[in-house]
Design a protein around this ligand. Structure first.
Ligand SMILES: CC(C)(COP(=O)(O)OP(=O)(O)OC[C@H]1O[C@@H](n2cnc3c(N)ncnc32)[C@H](O)[C@@H]1OP(=O)(O)O)[C@@H](O)C(=O)NCCC(=O)NCCS
Length: 462
């Protein structure tokens, strides 16, 4: 979800530019910020912090971190299907479960409204994710999806939707093993029902429904540290419309910077510079699938995409997902690929602006065009399409190029944690994970992994 944390749409701390910092304005800040992140993670991972719910679940536990004797593989073996609980978990009396039919406009609108008013906000409550209905339908109906995994809670008397959680199927490769998983996302409890332990019931119910399909592992992300992340990562932000970002409080004008110098700093060319750079089309699906599969082999944990997945997740959809590729003029081979998805945030309490239009880096593959140039072309098209900011996680190869492209890191509280309830024993480096979770993705039923993976998100998921 990931969660991307959500957190994603919060003010970047990249604006403290001095006059001689224009080439790489964020270096010092990012070093400070990364120290702060490391410290925060260590604090949060202290075993003295109790997790009444998560300590009962088949996930890696903090007390086991660093224990070399634990075997690699599932923490809990599958149960015979006949032993899976057939009835839903009990909800408090006034509430009832529903299965959300995301094909219908009415249901989509209800879910949209719940999330638009109650989903993830930044720490200062200035921005809240505003997933569009089209985005929700895209994120929740990939190939092979189960309607029963789109779960709502209503008030019986008023029928008002007050909570939501979802899963979608995904094949995730961990080392050499491809595991059928659920990707859990969009966990949301209405603001008025918080801290009543409803979230654990929702997580148990989605887990039960996943088990009913004979699936025993899941993946998810969150903006809070839960037992136990296999990887952590953070969002970086690249200003495209710096004046608006500063006006709405997303960014700050750097010390000794004027608005006009800031605008100049973030200026981009009018059109992509790479010859053969064009929008992905339906007939490109096989070539993009080949390119992506080959690329993702280098990561310890990554999605295992087939052509149907690529068509669903990466074929451009207006205001949902944009994908571009580089086609060689001589051979007509597709040599490079880049993509981003659209996730606006509502700007809370600002008289002049109501929406922040954000692009989120998704999958990028370079074989001929340097990654830096490819990503710069993605920034150029995003700017041209009217996005205010371009966000990217420091996953896959992103970390090495973010500073050079004038991205700045978020503050430490906004770090995103990826955990798997299935594997455990990971170390910390975000480059092992191949994938980007669209928002906060969560995993369940953990395995243990020999190497640790810090970070990331699996690309498929929203
Ligand atoms: C996340 C949210 C559903 C949690 O609900 P809540 O009412 O605050 O918490 P509850 O009292 O129901 O449950 C608390 C338990 O849920 C766990 N929890 C909280 N946030 C969680 C998350 N994002 N993912 C998984 N578990 C989470 C807590 O750790 C706690 O379990 P523990 O005692 O083992 O630590 C709610 O705060 C919310 O809707 N927030 C806005 C949207 C959001 O942040 N969604 C999550 C995106 S990752």
């Amino acid at each position: 979800m990931a969660d991307n944390n959500v957190n994603s749409s919060s003010p970047a701390e990249n604006q403290n530019h001095s006059s001689d910092e224009t080439i790489n304005p964020i270096t010092n800040q990012s070093e400070v910020s990364i120290d702060a992140i490391a410290q925060k993670v260590q604090e949060s991972m202290s075993i003295s912090k109790r997790h009444k719910f998560w300590e009962t679940q088949p996930v890696g536990q903090f007390k086991d971190v660093g224990n070399p004797t634990l075997p690699e593989g599932p923490i809990e073996p599958p149960t015979p299907l006949s032993e899976v609980k057939q009835e839903p978990y009990n909800l408090p009396g006034p509430y009832e479960w529903i299965t959300c039919d995301m094909d219908t406009e009415e249901m989509c609108a209800e879910v949209y409204n719940l999330l638009a008013n109650n989903y993830v906000e930044d720490d200062e409550n200035m921005f809240r994710f505003n997933y569009s209905k089209d985005f929700l339908q895209w994120a929740l109906r990939p190939p092979g999806y189960y309607r029963s995994w789109h779960i709502g809670v209503r008030v019986k008397s008023s029928k008002k939707l007050v909570a939501f959680i979802t899963g979608v199927p995904a094949k995730i490769r961990a080392k050499d093993t491809i595991v059928n998983m659920a990707e859990i996302n969009f966990l949301c409890v209405h603001k008025k029902l918080r801290s009543k332990r409803l979230a654990p019931v929702m997580i148990k119910e989605v887990t039960r429904r996943v088990h009913m399909e004979n699936i025993w592992q899941a993946a998810y992300t969150a903006g809070v540290v839960l037992p136990t992340p296999i990887s952590t990562c953070q969002y970086w932000h690249r200003s495209l419309n710096p004046k608006k970002l500063i006006d709405v409080g997303f960014s700050r004008l750097g010390a000794r910077m004027t608005m006009s110098r800031t605008i100049k700093l973030y200026k981009l060319p009018d059109s992509p510079i790479t010859p053969g750079f064009r929008k992905m089309e339906l007939h490109d699906v096989p070539a993009v699938t080949r390119l992506l599969k080959e690329y993702l082999k280098q990561f310890i944990v990554a999605p295992d995409f087939d052509e149907n997945d690529v068509e669903h997740w990466l074929l451009p959809k207006e205001d949902v997902v944009d994908s571009f590729l580089v086609e060689s003029s001589e051979t007509h081979d597709v040599t490079d690929f880049c993509s981003f998805y659209t996730l606006p945030s509502t700007i809370l309490g600002n008289q002049n602006y109501s929406t922040l239009k954000a692009a989120y880096s998704y999958y990028n593959v370079s074989t001929k065009t340097p990654m830096l140039q490819l990503m710069n072309d993605a920034l150029i098209v995003a700017k041209k399409k009217g996005y205010d900011v371009f966000n990217a996680l420091d996953v896959m190869e992103n970390e090495g190029i973010l500073k050079e492209l004038k991205f700045g890191p978020v503050r430490y509280r906004e770090i995103q944690h990826l955990k798997t309830i299935i594997w455990k024993k990971c170390s910390d480096s975000s480059s092992c994970l191949g994938g980007v979770v669209v928002d906060n993705l969560q995993t369940q039923n953990q395995h243990r992994l020999e190497d640790s993976i810090s970070c990331a998100t699996f690309a498929s998921n929203v």
